[in-house]
Design a protein around this ligand. Structure first.
Ligand code: G4P
Length: 536
């Protein structure tokens, strides 16, 4: 590799910022996403992201999911340039039944932007996502939205976020008033006030900015809201520690910003924070070794698979996070799991919402490879090296159904459809050792409905989804020092009436009641039972 390319890779990686935007539904994630694109110049007019959510509330639950799935592939990953940086923004599905997908998206990012509705505080869906971020020590930037409404007291909110996150909150801005009396925010670091004006027309840099935190003119202009803010700021400054970049990067401190996305207020501070504070792509762990993003050879991992919306063409897009090196269109790549060669010519990037052909990509970027089942969730792609990235989570399902076809002649289509939906991560499919009926496992009820709907409309199979007696699943393994494969086989043979294999042939034990599982665990001390499977 030329030193020119090596230098380029290094500088391109350094200017990448890859983050996910997380929130409870309705907190303002879509609105903020759109405003980030607008302020970075990636789109010119607001409305394109929001359009996708039109009439959402009028539809039934699973229709909503259909809609969400219908969002063009391009809008779940967006790339924009801001200042000297390339920002990759990953959307996370809102519905809780699809949180598995969200968890996997979170493995592909280096930081997260959390949007909180200032009236509702930390809501359930946010809480679950935060747990995943916490487990991975993902740095989080907090945006408290909807300050133009009557909301919670900011000190109480700060306290709640701190408790829920288990992180120290460091306010970078502080609100002056709220609702109809929202006057703006104090920028605590630059010691100035940004004055709020409602409306969506303002572009970056058009805000009224007043210098100083305690300018005597403020009291007259902003009245009691200013007095109150001043008191709060004093308290906050005494109580909150100074911002520490190391602590933020370790997921121990979160900078907090107040604003109103719909009014374009506070958006620019978020972009600045992402560029200035969020980390560039870091190392990623494979089973064999640690991979650095500036390494010359390309490597990447599939963290999401999305079926194309056109049912006539069953192609799917595999979303790959580039872990290292330089990707070029048409280069020869290898799927490590299968050893298959891949020469993607039609790789797509997600520049400002348009799905367009991509010529090159660097560590931290997300690329989309259309394929017909060659790529599975968790696959590692390299230029030839045998690497398997770890950390892509699969959760043991919490609900089970068995599935049969109404028309026995369609058995083959059912299997094909389920295999594909399983590979996509829409559902988990298990093949029990005993019997021929397939088992479906999900974390949310809605997943079954969507699968039945998709089987019918995309694969022409009317499936009967029936109750199953199973309630708990655990993947089973056995360490070499405990007897390894031999002991595992002994376990499988002894339990064949409740054993099944999942989409990647990992053995799974299925039981009806949790106490039954405890009994099995006690009887088989050398076998390990896992509620989480980490790689393909
Ligand atoms: P989501 O993606 O997190 O689900 O939320 P989304 O952006 O769709 O926002 C949810 C609702 O909150 C929308 O209203 C949106 O306009 C509103 N919203 C977003 N930011 C702000 C804000 O800063 N202040 C106020 N007052 N409202 C905000 P909607 O009625 O559901 O939709 P729409 O008809 O307004 O588009």
């Amino acid at each position: 590799m030329s030193t020119d390319l090596a230098t380029r890779i290094e500088s391109e990686v350094r200017r990448r910022r890859t983050f996910a935007i997380i929130s409870h539904p309705d907190a303002g994630k879509t609105t903020l996403t759109e405003k980030l694109l607008l302020f970075s110049g990636a789109i010119q007019i607001a409305g394109s992201v929001k359009a996708r959510k039109a009439s959402r509330h009028a539809t039934s639950d699973w229709m909503e999911i259909e809609k969400q799935r219908g969002i063009s592939v391009a809008s779940s990953v967006m790339q924009m340039e801001y200042r000297e940086c390339v920002i990759n923004l990953l959307d996370t599905p809102g519905h809780q039944d699809f949180s598995e997908d969200t968890y996997r998206v979170l493995t592909a990012v280096d930081a997260a932007l959390m949007v909180i509705d200032a009236a509702n505080g930390v809501e359930p869906q946010t809480r679950r996502l935060l747990q995943v971020c916490r487990a991975r020590n993902t740095p989080i930037v907090t945006f408290v939205n909807k300050m133009d409404r009557e909301v919670q007291d900011p000190l109480a909110l700060m306290d709640e976020i701190e408790r829920e996150l288990g992180m120290t909150v460091v306010p970078f801005t502080w609100p002056v008033g709220m609702g109809k009396a929202f006057h703006g925010v104090m920028d605590l670091r630059q010691e100035r006030m940004r004055v709020f004006a409602p409306g969506e027309d303002r572009a970056a840099g058009e805000e009224e900015v007043l210098q100083g935190l305690d300018n005597p003119a403020y009291a007259e202009r902003f009245g009691m809201q200013y007095d109150q803010a001043q008191g709060e700021i004093e308290l906050v400054r005494e109580a909150a520690p100074a911002f520490d970049l190391e602590q933020f990067l370790a997921g121990k401190q979160t900078p907090m910003f107040f604003g109103s996305a719909v009014n374009n207020f506070g958006v620019q501070e978020i972009l600045d924070a992402l560029v200035e504070l969020a980390p560039a792509p870091g190392e990623r762990t494979a089973m064999q070794r640690v991979v650095k993003p500036e390494e010359p050879k390309f490597s990447g991992v599939v963290f999401k698979i999305q079926a194309n919306m056109d049912p006539a063409h069953r192609d799917r897009i595999a979303f790959l996070r580039v872990a290292s090196g330089h990707f070029e269109r048409g280069m020869k790549l290898k799927v490590v799991r299968s050893g298959k060669e891949l020469r993607p010519n039609t790789v797509v990037s997600f520049l400002s919402q348009r799905r367009e052909l991509l010529d090159e990509a660097f560590g931290g970027d997300i690329i989309g490879i259309p394929n017909h089942g060659v790529l599975q969730l968790g696959d590692t792609i390299t230029e030839g090296e045998a690497l398997q990235f770890t950390g892509l989570p699969f959760f043991a399902p919490e609900m089970f159904r068995s599935v049969e076809v109404a028309d026995p002649l369609k058995t083959k289509q059912l299997r094909a459809g389920l295999t594909q939906l399983g590979e996509e991560g829409a559902i988990q499919v298990f093949r029990p050792i005993a019997g021929s009926v397939l088992l479906l496992g999900a974390v949310g009820q809605l997943q079954f409905e969507v699968v039945a709907h998709r089987l019918e409309h995309e694969y022409g199979v009317k499936a009967r989804i029936m109750p199953s007696r199973f309630q708990v699943a655990r993947w089973v393994t056995c360490n070499p020092e405990d007897g390894g494969e031999k002991e595992l086989k002994r376990f499988i043979d002894a339990n064949d009436h409740r054993m099944a294999y999942d989409a990647v042939d990992a053995p799974t034990v299925l039981v009806e009641y949790a106490p039954e599982l405890r009994a099995i665990e006690a009887n088989w001390p050398k076998i390990k039972f896992h509620a989480l499977r980490e790689h393909a």
